[in-house]
Ligand binder design. Sequence first.
Ligand code: ADP
Ligand code: MG
Length: 237
Amino acid sequence: MSIQVIGANKRYGDFAALDNVSIDIPDGQLTSLLGPSGSGKSTLLRAIAGLDTLDSGIVRINDNDVSQKSPQKRDIGFVFQHYAAFKHLTVRENIAFGLKIRKRPKKEVDAKVDQLLEVVGLTVFQKRFPAQLSGGQRQRMALARALAVDPKVLLLDEPFGALDAKVRDDLRRWLRRLHEEVHVTTVLVTHDQQEALDVSDRIAVLNKGRIEQVGTPDDLYDRPANEFVASFLGSTV
Ligand code: ADP
Ligand code: MG
């Protein structure tokens, strides 16, 4: 499913968190929203999700205007940096949760959960509780849970931000492989240039509530649109 944001504005008092932002997010790709802290990445992601309302502007998913629709009606999976797992449920039960509340038949739930446990590499840990997992394993569980209900769109807000560098690196590679398997339209928020360059089909660079440039990692690296993009991509975290 493609996503279009057209003329999005969001102010907090006098401050423009989003300043007339428009972006086309193509179907089946992994697009990163990259920019420094406070540049409006999460605000844009939340607007796509329907968790925040815009002051003005339109969000379309698969050519339908969803601007007035609740998050539940937008058919979206989310993963945030600090993922709240159900502590009293096992890994398997956490992944199955969304399917169970949708009252899917047990056979279907079991088959889907088995498949997802394989995909995220947690089959052997399925009877553990979240507290018995590493941070990286917990985020993989979060992704499996988000994917369980076959969302049209997957939105990830700094999902690896709280993890240490080595685990983050492994998870990036893993996310890229996962994306190549499931091909769900994915939007990843990150302030980490390397992460965006490593995993994305396309990157949108944000600065002060505006989009500076959208392109492939090669486009941005070889042909930065301006000084900001050049220096932001060239700097290290
Ligand atoms: P990013 O995710 O790129 O770090 P955000 O989208 O979270 O940035 O925020 C963009 C700007 O909007 C920041 O300066 C932030 O302080 C401000 N902002 C975000 N949410 C609120 C809010 N609920 N109230 C006031 N200001 C906010
Ligand atoms: Mg943010």
